[in-house]
Structures are given as structure tokens and as C-alpha cells.
Design a protein around this ligand. Structure first.
Ligand SMILES: NC(=O)c1ccc[n+]([C@@H]2O[C@H](COP(=O)([O-])OP(=O)(O)OC[C@H]3O[C@@H](n4cnc5c(N)ncnc54)[C@H](OP(=O)(O)O)[C@@H]3O)[C@@H](O)[C@H]2O)c1
Length: 341
């Protein structure tokens, strides 16, 4: 697979998002299947694996460590801190908490190193900016972790261009991870430009629109009861029904490009700039191979223009996040609300 720069690392143009091997979409994946997918990714030439302390409240890091630690010299390992599962009520039930205080980040990193069975994490992101803590303090703590040899590079996730610039002035940011795809264009307002200017790699998460642009979500009602898409406005019945109307024309463009819908979504991202690195997630080895082959898909300018016109913030119905998740991110929003078609 072709290679791209991820901060100081050279990695496969398309990486693997490991989150949904432990939680997120569909029914839980068996440990055996999760292991098969991770090893198949390595075999397919994937050299960028993305996990987080949050995913499965540590279970995803444990999985990645158990399966991939013995191949540690073959890939770049990215993980995240600043948003974890905490037993807030003291009843053994973990809830998601955003906490960017330096002591918390250090403790999360120590626990992650053990779970990942490694001495150093290559790229460590602040998963969410904790708005109670100045970004300089959280990023400064991550800089200290680099100096201590616990991590090699610092990343941020879901921050605005202004926050990225403040953070970068405190400690050089290697990568910014945020949601980006044809149906989530927020980064085009300012963040993408800031990344180009500062030389920051842009890691695009949910790059096949959580399955929607892979033409894989036709009936939200049949999703598993714990599937996180159930709480996302775009997948609410009224919005989803409108969004489905975009798919016939989208499938036609994919057919003209000689690729699948999922590959079209990934190839579009790769054509947005050399610093863009999509990290699709999958529990299926067939989907994995299909997604990785998108690195070879070439899209001519007229086809890119057709795609831009078909699926964008004005034609997609519904917000990407519900009110609570929206409050937790720090991104620019379009002044024209995502529309009703
Ligand atoms: N920084 C953050 O805040 C943040 C937030 C969310 C995600 N992430 C990262 O980004 C990664 C990817 O994002 P994501 O998992 O949310 O979204 P995604 O990659 O856009 O979509 C994953 C969904 O699409 C389906 N899919 C993938 N490839 C397919 C194909 N070729 N054909 C049919 N269906 C396909 C998967 O189902 P199958 O299992 O059936 O293939 C899964 O349900 C995560 O694993 C995580 O590492 C980061």
C-alpha cells in the first residue's frame, strides 16, 4: 500500500481504526474474530493501528496489546487519553469521563502501556479537550511524556483550528484526528487549512460515515440495541430516510469509478490532500481488504466534483452528534445548519 507521513512516522495511507472490535457498532465481536481482523490487517500491509483508553474502557487496548505486541516493530501504534471509563459512583459501573489534568493523563498513559504490552506509544492523542483545563496544560503534560520516553509524538482529537494553534505553540502537534468524510465537512471550515499550514497530519475518523457511505446501513431499526448510531441524529428515522435518497446516485458514481461505495468514500478522502490518513474500522476481513484496496483508486476531477455536489453539509440531513456529544467537541460549525432537504 502507498505510504503517508503521520508526524515522524511513515505509515500505510489507510490505517485500521480498532474501536469497533471492542464496542460501537453491531453485536459484540468474538475475541477470535477480533484477533483474525488485526492479524489480517498486518498481513495486508496496514502499519497504522488506532485505539484509545476509552474503547471498551480499556478492553480495546488490551486486545491490541495481546494480539499485536509480538509484532510491535512492524507498525505505528496510536492511542488516546483524556477520556476514559471512571467508577464515579463507586458502584463498579464505569462511565465516560473527560479529564485532561496532567496527573490523570500520566496515570492513563501508564495503564495504557501495560495494557498495550509496550514500552512506548508512538502517537498519543488527547481524545477530547477538557475545557476545564487550559489546552497548554494538557499538551504540556503530553510533551513531558515524550521527554520521559513513554510516548513518541503528540496528537489532538476534535479540536478547533484556534485550539490546535494554541496547543502547537506549547508543544509540536504531530497529528489531528477528527471526523471527516463526504458527509462530515466541518474540518473544511478551518482545521484542514491549519493542519496544512502547521505541517500536522490529518487523521480522518469515521471515514465511511459509520457504515452509511459503505452502503451498509439501510435499516436503523435492526441495529443492535447498544449500537451507538441509534443515538446519532443522522441515523434517526426521519433524517436517515432522507439521507438514503442520496445513495442511488452515489452508487452510480462508485460504479463509474470502478470501485465499491466504501472505497469511493475512502478514495475521496485520500484525494483531499497528502496529509489525510483515513482509519476505517471493521469487524470483517472482507471489508478490511476492500477498504485497503481503496488506496489504489484514482478519481478524476469531474467525478470528485460530482461527489462534492451530491453529498455535503447542505444535502445531508441531521447533525452528526447529539447535544451531549456536540458539547464535548471543540469544532467549528457551519453557519448554515445542516439542512433538511
Ligand atoms: N477520535 C475520536 O473521537 C473517534 C471517534 C470515532 C472513531 N474513531 C476512530 O476511527 C475509527 C473508524 O471510525 P468508525 O468505526 O467510527 O467509522 P467507520 O470506519 O466510518 O465505519 C465503521 C462501520 O462501517 C462498516 N464498514 C466498514 N467498512 C465497510 C465495508 N467495506 N463494507 C461495508 N461496511 C463497512 C463497519 O461494519 P463491519 O464491521 O461490518 O465492516 C462499521 O459498522 C474507529 O475505529 C476509531 O479508531 C475516533
Amino acid at each position: 500500500m502507498s505510504q503517508r507521513a503521520l508526524g515522524p512516522f511513515n505509515v500505510s495511507a489507510i490505517g485500521l481504526g480498532c474501536m469497533n472490535l471492542s464496542h460501537g457498532y453491531g453485536a459484540p465481536t468474538s475475541a477470535e474474530q477480533a484477533e483474525r481482523v488485526l492479524l489480517a490487517a498486518l498481513d495486508a500491509g496496514v502499519t497504522h493501528f488506532d485505539t484509545a483508553a476509552l474503547y471498551g474502557f480499556g478492553a480495546n487496548e488490551t486486545l491490541v496489546g495481546r494480539v499485536l505486541a509480538r509484532h510491535r516493530d512492524r507498525f505505528t501504534l496510536a492511542s488516546k487519553c483524556g477520556m476514559t471509563g471512571v467508577d464515579v459512583a463507586g458502584d463498579g459501573k464505569l462511565v465516560r469521563v473527560i479529564d485532561g489534568r496532567p496527573a490523570t493523563l500520566r496515570a492513563t498513559c501508564e495503564a495504557a502501556l501495560k495494557r498495550l504490552q509496550t514500552e512506548v506509544i508512538d502517537l498519543y492523542y488527547l481524545h477530547r479537550w477538557d475545557k476545564q483545563v487550559p489546552i497548554e496544560e494538557s499538551v504540556g503534560a503530553l510533551g513531558d511524556l515524550v521527554r520521559a520516553g513513554k510516548i513518541r509524538a503528540v496528537g489532538l482529537s476534535e479540536v478547533s483550528a484556534a485550539t490546535l494553534r494554541r496547543a502547537h505553540a506549547e508543544y509540536p502537534i504531530a497529528a489531528l484526528q477528527t471526523e471527516y468524510s463526504l458527509w462530515t465537512r466541518n474540518p473544511e471550515i478551518a482545521v484542514a487549512q491549519a493542519c496544512r499550514e502547521l505541517g500536522v497530519a490529518f487523521v480522518a475518523f469515521s471515514p465511511v460515515a459509520r457504515g452509511f457511505l459503505a452502503d451498509a446501513v439501510h435499516d436503523v431499526g435492526s441495529l443492535h440495541e447498544k449500537d451507538i448510531r441509534r443515538a446519532m441524529p443522522r441515523f434517526a428515522p426521519e433524517h436517515h430516510a432522507r439521507n438514503l435518497q442520496l445513495l442511488p446516485a452515489y452508487r452510480k458514481i462508485a460504479a463509474n469509478a470502478g470501485c465499491t461505495p466504501a472505497q469511493l468514500s475512502l478514495a475521496w478522502l485520500l484525494h483531499q490532500g497528502d496529509n489525510i490518513l483515513p482509519i476505517p474500522g471493521t469487524t470483517s476481513i472482507d471489508h478490511l481488504r476492500e477498504n485497503m484496496a481503496a488506496a489504489d483508486v484514482r478519481l478524476p476531477p469531474e467525478l470528485l466534483a460530482q461527489l462534492d455536489a451530491l453529498i455535503n453539509q447542505r444535502t445531508v440531513s441531521g447533525d452528526r452528534y447529539n447535544a451531549q456529544s456536540s458539547r464535548e467537541v471543540d469544532t467549528e460549525v457551519f453557519d448554515t445548519a445542516p439542512t433538511e432537504k
